[in-house]
Design a protein around this ligand. Structure first.
Ligand SMILES: Cc1cc2nc3c(=O)[nH]c(=O)nc-3n(C[C@H](O)[C@H](O)[C@H](O)COP(=O)(O)OP(=O)(O)OC[C@H]3O[C@@H](n4cnc5c(N)ncnc54)[C@H](O)[C@@H]3O)c2cc1C
Length: 442
């Protein structure tokens, strides 16, 4: 009897788990349950729209989705359409791959001020994630501050600095492209509490900041004097060496007549957001690093800014029925095992670190654990899910329907762009139901 496995979440971690299960010598049926109609998690909704080559990884996921034992159930939200307890009743094993979609909050005075935008929302907005399509961030500001020293902060700053022409081959939403183009922004500040050598930027992404057509990177050479920190492991040391060389190169570039600037502010710890009804400035304390720790100097300055974007990390969603570590923002687990027959993979297991490929090892491990733990099938599995969804009137989307959404997006693309995304679930369902009505027999 085949083993019924539900994987909740169709981002990289969910797909790697499905792929690893397919490679095992077991008779199983794998159902991918996804809250959005569209698959691929942050590959569609997080990875920058001008980094299309990164998104090519979905070709491999596509093969997994179309393998015979696999079914896709899009537009099914665990915790809204059905509970985890119900899912565990139906399936022999359940793998949680729900990511870490919530912004870590900024915990300083003034953090509730209007005009502060979390990166999950901002990135979701420019990428057309249905949760954030109507965010309408106010970018009518000459200075925008981005808090964070990782690649997400770089993505945001780069997109704010790129011209419309530079975005022509991307799949940024039309409304975001228009809002960024019409923004009067002149300075985009990237702020990190630590020194330049501790920044988490990958070098390839950092280098891109020096190659924008109308935006120049600005670095204070004094911020590079400390050199490579002594407390780094080998991998981080190599990254720091490359980044410092790139940042040194930026100090030698002539900003010329470029309209926009990306200013790197290192050793800059946000202390308070200032502004009555809207962000007006960010109070920053100068820091230094002592024994690997950030120490305040007491010296502060106010950076006037009309918008503030935080890129300081993510938390997973708590789901009733699964123990959740509030501090880490992940499920409680032992090497991926959450409870008998319940597993976690990807960002909801490890937290928001690593690249797309880092999630593969989680999938491989979960598949091995399922092989060890779940000897016999016998639960209702896919038929049970379909019956429950039918009983509740949940309109789920299968993989061929997703392919129809994809085809419509590709057909609507502007010249040179890969697609024009549908950004509301309503529009996606309308497209499918229109097609369904037009192909229905008289
Ligand atoms: C802004 C940004 C840019 C990035 N850029 C890069 C990059 O350029 N290169 C790179 O290597 N890595 C990049 N990463 C990292 C990469 O995206 C992650 O490593 C990876 O997406 C994590 O995979 P995941 O499957 O754990 O989570 P996700 O990709 O977040 O997938 C989780 C899935 O679960 C679904 N889900 C959530 N809750 C439920 C629920 N209750 N019911 C059903 N489904 C649910 C979500 O809709 C989503 O589809 C980036 C990350 C971010 C945030």
């Amino acid at each position: 009897m085949s083993v019924g496995i539900a994987i909740v979440g169709s981002g990289p971690a969910g797909f790697y788990a499905a792929d690893a299960l397919l490679k095992l010598d077991i008779d199983c049926r794998i159902d991918l349950i996804e809250r959005l109609p569209t698959p691929f998690g942050l590959i569609r909704g997080g990875v920058a729209p001008d980094h299309q080559s990164t998104k090519k990884v979905i070709k491999a996921y596509e093969r997994t989705a179309q393998a015979e034992p696999v079914r896709y159930f899009g537009n099914v939200h665990l915790g809204r359409d059905l509970s985890l307890d119900e899912l565990r009743e139906i399936y022999d094993a359940v793998v949680l791959a729900v990511g870490a979609p919530k912004d870590r909050p900024l915990e300083i005075p003034g953090a509730e001020t209007r005009g502060i935008i979390g990166s999950a929302a901002f990135v979701g907005w420019y990428n057309g994630h249905p949760d954030f399509a109507d965010l309408a961030p106010d970018l009518q500001a000459e200075t925008i501050a981005v808090i964070g020293n990782g690649n997400v902060a770089l993505d945001i700053a780069r997109l704010l600095g790129k011209t419309r022409a530079e975005m022509a081959s991307s799949d940024i939403t039309d409304y975001a492209a228009a809002a960024i183009e019409s923004s009067p922004v002149k300075a985009i500040h990237i702020l990190g509490r630590r020194d330049a050598g501790h920044a988490k930027f990958t070098n390839k992404e950092l280098k891109e900041m020096g190659a924008l057509s109308d935006c120049a990177p600005i670095v204070d050479p004094r911020d590079l004097e400390a050199g490579v920190p002594a407390d780094l492991d080998e991998r981080s040391r190599r990254r720091a060496e490359k980044n410092l060389a790139t940042l040194r190169g930026f100090t030698e570039l002539d900003p010329g007549g470029k309209t926009r600037r990306v200013v790197f502010d290192f050793c800059a710890r946000p202390q308070a957001v200032l502004g009555d009804d809207k962000v007006a400035a960010l109070r920053i304390e100068r820091t230094r690093i002592e024994d690997g720790r950030v120490v305040g100097s007491g010296e502060t300055r106010d950076l006037p800014c009309g918008a503030l974007i935080t890129a300081i990390g993510y938390r997973g969603p708590a789901i009733p029925g699964a123990p959740f570590d509030e501090r880490r923002g992940t499920f409680v687990h032992e090497d991926g095992r959450v409870a008998p027959g319940l597993y976690a993979v990807g960002w909801c297991k490890r937290g928001p670190t690593g690249v797309i490929g880092t999630n593969k090892a989680d999938g491989d491990l979960a598949a091995q654990q399922i092989l060890e733990d779940v000897r016999v099938g016998g639960k209702s599995g896919r038929e049970g899910l379909e019956a429950l969804l039918a009983e509740r009137g949940v309109r789920y989307i299968d993989y061929p329907e997703w392919k129809r959404i994809e085809a419509a997006e590709e057909a609507a693309a502007a010249p040179g762009a890969p697609r024009r995304k549908l950004v509301t679930i309503g529009d996606m369902l309308a497209l499918l139901d229109e097609k369904r009505a037009s192909t229905a027999p008289p």
